[in-house]
Write a protein that binds this ligand. Structure first.
Ligand code: RUB
Length: 317
């Protein structure tokens, strides 16, 4: 690892890797702040050395989790801001673009929340999977409009992010029923909307989100419950416009079963994919800060936002 990468940047990278910091929007916010710290603390004495440090810091952050496209999208946004000819100017450029990025993130989530809230009616019951701050923004906006919302929350094995969702919904005054993941189909008859977030949205409208989302969507369609994806445009995956696929992160199998227990039950192979792909035909609406879109039309928005390309400004020139 490059010795010029600031220890705080390494700490943030480690926290993302171990999921102390998790969820696509939160990861994006953390990496923008990390680049800001790298810039503020840099003692590079010429512009090229400064740029090289920022690229190295970005690569350290980029290597942590492969699926959430908000991470490279955040790095791209902040690094694109570097235009000044001096070290001091470059430092200001990064601080400014990191601050802009974090403000836009907050604003986008609030705007998206108001769009998503329009889909929810007073008295609705929602079902959630994993923990998504974009989803919670929709529920919060609905509650602020005076709507009574109840939630059935899937625990979301193996990491139980549903517990975080349950706690945050309870803080909003939303009555919560917690269920194991495999109970979802049984309760879908009682549900008016399934609400999930996204780690990435592909150009064909496929949604990449926490493992179990696609099975939930198929069951919800079978039961007639609409599936709404709350996803800031930061989660649109520009590489999919040119045929790239989204990497699905495989995590440590110890998240599922410890080595001792695995041996006791005959040492089966264990696999732990963190995300899956929900095809567009199972998604009713993708709610963004720019309004709601049928999944098949998201490509139009992607072309508008990423028309300028998907360069990797963290790569060595
Ligand atoms: C989190 C997850 C969330 C999305 C969206 O997975 O799948 O639904 O990241 O979250 P993990 P947000 O826990 O593995 O990071 O709406 O907060 O960006």
């Amino acid at each position: 690892m490059d010795e010029h990468v600031h220890p705080e940047v390494r700490r943030i990278a480690a926290d993302i890797d171990t999921m102390e910091v998790r969820g696509a929007a939160t990861i994006a916010d953390a990496v923008a702040r990390a680049l800001r710290t790298q810039a503020e603390e840099s003692d590079a004495d010429d512009p090229e050395a400064f740029r090289a440090e920022l690229r190295a810091a970005a690569r350290t952050l980029h290597g942590t989790r492969p699926t959430a496209v908000s991470l490279p999208n955040a790095l791209r946004y902040v690094l694109r801001g570097m235009s000044s000819p001096t070290v001091e100017g470059l430092r200001q450029d990064i601080v400014q673009s990191a601050d802009d990025f974090c403000q836009r993130l907050d604003r986008a989530q609030a705007d998206l929340g108001r769009v998503g809230a329009n889909r929810l009616r007073d008295g609705d019951v929602i079902m959630t999977h994993c923990h998504s701050t974009d989803v919670l923004a929709c529920v919060e906006a609905a509650v602020e409009q005076g709507k009574h919302i109840e939630a059935i929350v899937k625990e979301t094995r193996p990491r139980n992010q549903g517990h975080i969702t349950a706690e945050e919904l309870a803080d909003m005054g939303v009555p919560v029923t917690l269920i194991v993941d495999s109970a979802a189909r049984r309760y879908l008859n009682d549900v008016n909307h399934v609400l999930v977030g996204a780690d990435a949205v592909a150009a064909d409208g496929s949604v990449i989100n926490k493992i179990g989302t696609s099975g939930l969507a198929v069951n919800a369609r079978d039961r007639g419950a609409p599936i709404m994806v709350a996803s800031q445009t930061l989660k649109l995956h520009p590489g999919t416009l040119t045929g790239h696929t989204v990497d699905i992160e495989m995590r440590d199998t110890e998240e599922i079963i410890d080595e001792k227990r695995r041996e006791e039950i005959g040492s089966p192979k264990v696999v732990n994919p963190a995300f899956d792909v929900t095809p567009p035909r199972y998604v009713d609406a993708i709610v963004t800060e720019r309004g709601q879109f049928p999944p098949e039309s998201i490509v139009t928005l992607m072309r508008e936002l990423f028309g300028e390309g998907t360069e990797e400004p963290w790569a060595e020139p």
